[in-house]
Design a protein around this ligand. Structure first.
Ligand code: CTP
Length: 449
C-alpha cells in the first residue's frame, strides 16, 4: 500500500484545495491530510484564517479524498509524521517548490501542480472590506500600532487625530495613507472604529464620544480608572451595538491564554496563591506623563493592569479584601504592592516605576505551581513544576513583534463576527480592574510606606 501525506491550512476550502487533494490521493492508495491547528497558524504569522480548525477538518473530510485527517501543531512535525505513519510520498502544491526538499531524506517529495487563480488569501480579500480604523492620540504609545496592524488582515488605518496637530502630522508623515484630522468629528466621519492611545484621564471622554458616534473602540489599558465609568461605557457599547475592548496586550497573546486555560483545567490543582510583579525603572523625569500626578501618573495606573490580569482571570472579581501599600514621591506612587484575600486564596502583586524588583509570575496550586520568568507579561515561555520533578513541563511559544497584533486581531474578529465580549478579557474583568484603580485613588485600605 502506498501511503501519501499532505499538509495545509485549508481555510475557506476552494477548488484549488480539492484539485490538490485529488492529485495527492491519485499518487497512492491511502491519503493522510495534516490540517494546521489554529495556534500553529497564529504562531507562523497567519492571523487572518477564517475557519477554525474543526471547520477546516470537516471541509477536508467532505472532499472524500482524505482517508485520515491529522492536526499539524508544531514545526518539525512533518518528519515525525512521515516516520510514525510510514509515509511513501510527501505531496504539496508547486507554490512550495524546493521548500520541502529536506524531507527527501525521509520519503519521496512530490510537488503537484497548483491550480491557478484561486487561494484562501484571495477569497478572504474578496469577502472582506477592510474595517477603517482611526487613531486618537498620536504620542509614544500609538507609534507601535501601525506596524503591528500591518500584519493583521481586515483593517486599514485611514485617519488620525491628536489634540496637538503637529504631533499628528509627524505621525502621519512616517505612516503612509493616514490622513490628519483637524477635529474629532472629521475622524468619526472617515472610520468605523477607533484606537484610543491618549493619556489615561482622557480615555473616558474619548470612548464615550466614539461610542455615541457608533464607532467600535479599542482603548489602551488602563481603560478607565473608575468602576462606574467602566460599567457605563460597556453598557453604552451594548446599546449602540458596537465593540468596546481594553487593549491589554498580555490578555490576548496565545501563550498567556494557553496558560490560563491549562490552569483552569486543573493542571496545578486549586489555585491558592498568585504573585505577579512588574517594574520598569525610569529616570523620574518630571516631563514624562508617568510621573505627573495631574495625568494619573504612577506605578499602579501605568503598570497595574498587567499583574492584575492573571489574578482576576484565575480567581475572579469577588475578593474579600484588598490592601494596598505604596511609596509615594511628588504625588505619584513609585512602587505599589497589593495583597488580595479571596475566600480560598491569597495573592499579591508589585508594580514599580521607581523601585526595581524581580518581574516574574508564580501561580501556586494544590498539585504544583507555574513559573513564568520576566518578562511574563510578554509571555513566550512557562514551566509547570511539581513535587516529582520528572513531571515538570516547559512550554515555549513565539511572541511576535511588539505583541499588539494579537489584540488587534481579536478586535477585528469581534467586529466581523459581531461578538460583543471577548473571552480573553471579559467586560467584568475590565470593570474589576477599573474598580481596583478606583480603590487606590480613594485610598481604601491604603498604607504609605
Ligand atoms: N493549493 C493548490 N492550489 C491553490 C491553492 C492551494 O494546489 N490554488 C495547495 C497548496 O499548494 C497546498 C494545499 O493546497 O498544498 C493547502 O494550501 P493552503 O495553504 O491551505 O491554501 P492557500 O489557498 O494557498 O492558502 P493561503 O492563501 O492562506 O496561503
Amino acid at each position: 500500500m502506498i501511503k501519501v501525506i499532505t499538509y495545509g491550512t485549508y481555510d475557506l476550502l476552494h477548488q484549488g484545495h480539492i484539485n490538490l487533494l485529488r492529485r495527492a490521493k491519485e499518487l497512492g492508495d491511502y491519503l493522510i491530510v495534516g490540517v494546521t491547528s489554529d495556534s500553529f497558524d497564529r504562531g507562523r504569522g497567519k492571523f487572518s484564517v477564517r475557519n477554525n480548525v474543526l471547520e477546516r477538518v470537516e471541509a477536508v473530510k467532505a472532499t472524500g479524498y482524505a482517508d485520515e485527517v491529522i492536526i499539524e501543531d508544531y514545526v518539525g512535525q512533518k518528519i515525525d509524521d512521515i516516520q510514525k505513519y510510514n509515509i511513501d510520498i510527501f505531496a504539496i502544491g508547486s507554490d512550495w517548490e524546493g521548500t520541502f526538499d529536506y524531507l527527501n531524506e525521509y520519503t519521496k517529495v512530490v510537488y503537484l501542480p497548483r491550480t491557478e487563480g484561486v487561494s484562501s488569501t484571495m477569497l478572504r480579500a474578496e469577502t472582506t472590506t477592510d474595517i477603517k480604523v482611526g487613531i486618537i492620540g498620536c504620542g509614544r504609545v500609538a507609534h507601535r500600532f501601525p506596524t503591528e496592524a500591518a500584519v493583521v488582515n481586515g483593517l486599514k488605518i485611514v485617519a488620525a487625530y491628536d489634540i496637538n496637530e503637529g504631533i499628528c502630522k509627524s505621525f502621519t508623515e512616517v505612516n503612509d495613507g493616514i490622513i490628519v484630522c483637524k477635529n474629532i468629528q472629521e475622524l468619526y466621519d472617515s472610520v468605523q472604529s477607533v484606537y484610543v492611545a491618549t493619556p489615561h484621564l482622557s480615555h473616558y471622554k474619548y470612548i464615550k464620544d466614539a461610542l455615541n458616534a457608533g464607532k467600535h473602540v479599542l482603548c489602551e489599558t488602563p481603560m478607565v480608572l473608575n468602576g462606574e465609568q467602566a460599567k457605563e461605557l460597556f453598557k453604552l457599547a451594548e446599546q449602540k451595538r458596537v465593540i468596546l475592548m481594553e487593549a491589554n496586550k498580555t490578555a490576548y497573546c496565545p501563550a498567556f491564554n494557553h496558560l490560563m486555560v491549562m490552569i483552569k483545567s486543573g493542571v496545578i490543582g486549586d489555585v491558592v496563591d498568585i504573585n505577579a510583579s512588574l517594574s520598569k525603572l525610569w529616570d523620574d523625569n518630571k516631563s514624562l506623563r508617568e510621573f505627573d500626578p495631574k495625568q494619573a501618573g504612577g506605578s499602579l495606573y501605568e503598570l497595574g493592569s498587567y499583574p492584575l490580569l492573571p489574578i482576576i482571570k484565575l480567581l475572579g472579581c469577588k475578593y474579600e479584601n484588598l490592601s494596598l501599600y505604596s511609596r509615594i514621591k511628588d504625588g505619584v506612587d513609585m512602587y505599589t504592592k497589593g495583597i488580595f484575600h479571596f475566600e480560598h486564596a491569597v495573592c499579591s502583586f508589585q508594580v514599580g516605576l521607581g523601585v526595581k524588583t524581580e518581574g516574574n509570575l508564580v501561580i501556586s496550586g494544590t498539585k504544583g505551581y507555574v513559573y513564568v520568568p520576566a518578562p511574563w507579561w510578554k509571555t513566550d515561555y512557562f514551566e509547570l513544576r511539581y513535587e516529582d520533578q520528572n513531571k515538570n513541563q516547559k512550554f515555549f511559544y513565539k511572541w511576535d513583534g511588539a505583541g499588539l497584533r494579537y489584540e488587534i486581531q481579536e478586535f477585528i474578529s469581534c467586529i466581523l463576527n459581531r461578538r460583543f465580549s471577548s473571552a480573553r478579557l471579559r467586560r467584568r474583568e475590565s470593570i474589576c480592574m477599573a474598580e481596583i484603580m478606583q480603590a487606590f485613588a480613594e485610598h481604601r485600605n491604603f498604607n504609605k510606606i
